[in-house]
Write a new protein. Sequence first.
Length: 275
Amino acid sequence: MGRIISINNFKGGVSKTSTLCGLAYVLSEKKGYKVLVVDFDPQADATELLIRTFDNERLPNALHDEKYVNIFDGLKEGNVNNAILKLSDNLSIVPSDFDLIGLSDYLNNKYRYKDAHDRVKELSQFLEPIKEEYDFIFIDTPPTISDFSNNAIFACDYSLIIMQTHRRSYRAVDKFLLHMVDFRDIYKTEFDVLGIIPVMFSRNTKTDEMTLQDASADWGSYVFEQIIRSMERVKFWDEFGISEEDYWDKQAIEQYEVLADEFLERYEKALEEEI
């Protein structure tokens, strides 16, 4: 059975979606794992980035309001299989759409006369039928404490926390870790933090260096050794998708290949500890 991994941070603009997409791309296209990305963010940034990466002529284009079944449709229908868009032999996505902004109203109506705790189980129940079909299911979430993040946390087996090496992002990670401890106590769930990934690191910048040092001091081995450095080429992904056409494309992808190797090492160790 595959594992569900939520990608989290309460601070926006920390390259969370780019990191998720880079990791999912390498694991599926270069390492041969079956990967599903679940875009649980109404902004649909992961949906647009990954659709741009593959064949826009053949696949529905997220930029043009062409109709395809998105995650909100799937949740309301109670059928995850209808909402899966296959991008390649190994990579698929449950796409998002701005309509997902209605999630809270939908949950309010559905659970009006039921246990309020059940509203955090919606995504977990939605994904349960397909867990065995993938090696990894990654959930992208908006940077908020909300029904989105709480459903993703409840559904996940592990969390990956993305930390830009800036003070605000560092403080957001600290708040998120406290929220996860409270969440486990309240909902009696079993999940663990697989690690904290430092991203958007700039060389020879005092703030970045100090933030990384403090993170390592506070969270020790939870902090990934691989640091995703700030690269202009990664910014192009939002416009053109992930590419490996030239030298700078390959340099960008190489970072995520190293990240994927460390991710797999941590994942295998976590599985061993489950036994």
